[in-house]
Design a binder for this molecule. Structure first.
Ligand code: GDP
Length: 447
């Protein structure tokens, strides 16, 4: 099926120092032979693998001077013969090399096709490929780290260990079913129940990491709410450390939702400013207000901003009513001004967006509140697909634990096999072609 040789530009589009064009498949070296004139004595057909050879790359109507490297199957990213051309990083040059590869018999690669081939050739598991997507798409440090953990087969290793345990239990059960007349008990049900219980606990521990893991991937959404002029935009700027939102002393000027992101301990926090929740006839402001309510609804955390230099007003109370049920931090801002005293809503923290006082402490609290129990070095779930598969495995094992001893062994086996299959979705052993295609379509062309 994959006998054909694919080619793509593997570096991002645009100008740069170098661009890399990658060929993969049986015909990669033969194509390279047609495209490359080595500067040295070694002809392309005699290239030692994993060595860079300088020479002239034929781009049809023009040439470029660059490098050629050969990765011999199966020791390449895809597991096939791979050839890379490193040319100068210009759009026209890279396209010229690619067209030359097509003339030499390659076809253009589809999105994620290199990684898909790597997966099909057993170079990485499905979850490892997903980790690679997360790493490539990741902007925050935590996201890249989490992606790398998946890429390095941490999760699939764990799934395989659980699968092996299940296989062992199933083998015992099968032996008892097949040879019931032989007076040997292969299955000690108390032991089996104990083992399954331990597996269920491990799965529970993993599943419980998804709430935080999801935030690593999607970012923690934080909404700044408060009546106009309490300093929301200023607090946002202080958190971002840059002047992104427009600060003005006229009330209601931040009409739209302003967004900015800041990394706290490597985790991305997305900040949303609101126009303040108040009744308004003015159309533009109403739109902003509707969105503010929506945002508050979906936020992981609300920073409820009060002006420390003013008494709490009806307007403040109205906003407070809209956020009181949410996970929130009550922030008294403008501590550099005269203190108007505490209102009926006690402060969680007092800051000055103007002087920056206590802003680092606010960040620390935001992190503690939203990322409770997060350990960057421990195994945690970031992909919904993995969460779903492990939940299913957990459900089946739970069933098996409660049935253990009360039902015939083969019925127990049904649940254990279903759990095994669900775990196989992490590695890709039991995953459908549709899911596999969906995953690789998330890659860009050339990866
Ligand atoms: P928003 O309407 O809630 O977004 O409030 P802004 O951020 O636009 O701030 C309203 C006014 O309060 C502006 O004039 C800011 O300069 C001022 N302000 C904001 N934070 C502070 C602060 O910590 N101290 C002082 N003295 N003024 C502040």
């Amino acid at each position: 099926m994959f006998g054909d040789t694919i080619a793509a530009i593997s570096t991002p589009p645009g100008r740069g120092g170098v661009a890399i064009i990658r060929l993969s498949g049986e015909g990669a070296l033969a194509a390279a032979q047609k495209m490359f004139a080595p500067a040295g004595k070694t002809p392309v057909a005699k290239f030692s693998p994993y060595r860079m050879y300088p020479g002239e790359i034929d781009c049809g109507t023009f040439k470029d001077f660059g490098l050629c490297v050969y990765f011999r199957a199966p020791h390449s990213f895809t597991g096939e013969d791979v050839v890379e051309f490193h040319c100068h990083g210009g759009t026209g040059i890279a396209r010229g090399v690619l067209q030359s590869a097509v003339r030499a018999g390659c076809r253009l690669a589809e999105r994620g096709e290199y990684t898909k081939r790597a997966f099909l050739n057993g170079k990485l598991s499905l979850s490892s490929a997903e980790g690679l997507v997360d790493m490539i798409n990741g902007e925050s440090e935590a996201e890249v780290r989490a992606g790398y953990m998946l890429y390095a087969e941490r999760l699939s290793g764990e799934a395989v260990r659980l699968q092996d345990q299940l296989t062992e239990i199933l083998a015992g059960i099968d032996a008892d079913i097949d040879f019931p007349e032989e007076d040997i008990e292969h299955t000690d049900l108390a032991n089996v129940r104990g083992d399954l219980q331990a597996m269920a606990e491990r799965l529970d521990a993993l599943l419980s990491t998804y709430r935080t893991g999801k935030k690593v991937k999607e970012g923690v959404s934080v909404v700044l709410a408060g009546r106009p002029n309490t300093g929301k935009s200023s607090v946002l700027n202080a958190l971002l450390g840059a002047d992104k939102a427009i600060v003005s002393s006229a009330p209601g000027t931040t009409r739209d939702v302003v967004e900015g992101s800041v990394e706290i301990n490597g985790v991305r926090f997305d900040l949303y400013d609101t126009a303040g929740i108040r009744e308004s006839e003015e159309e533009a402001e109403s739109i902003g207000i509707g969105r503010a309510k929506q945002l508050i609804e979906g936020a992981d955390l609300v920073l409820f901003i009060l002006d420390a230099s003013a008494k709490m007003s009806e307007e403040d109370r109205a906003v407070y009513d809209a956020v009181r049920e949410k996970q929130k931090i009550v922030v008294y801002n403008k501590t550099d001004l005269a203190n108007a005293g505490e209102s009926e809503v006690p402060a969680d923290i007092r800051i000055s967006a103007k002087t920056g006082e206590n802003v680092p402490d606010l960040k620390r609290r935001m992190f503690e509140m939203c990322m409770q129990g997060y350990n960057a070095d421990a195994q945690f779930l970031i992909e919904e697909r993995h969460f779903a598969a492990l939940s299913r495995a957990r459900g089946e094992i739970g069933e098996a634990v409660s049935l253990c001893g009360n039902v015939p062994l083969d019925l127990l086996g049904v649940h254990l096999r279903a759990a095994w299959e669900a775990l196989g979705e992490i590695s890709g052993e039991t995953e459908s072609e549709r899911v596999i295609d969906e995953i690789f379509a998330k890659f860009c062309v050339g990866k």
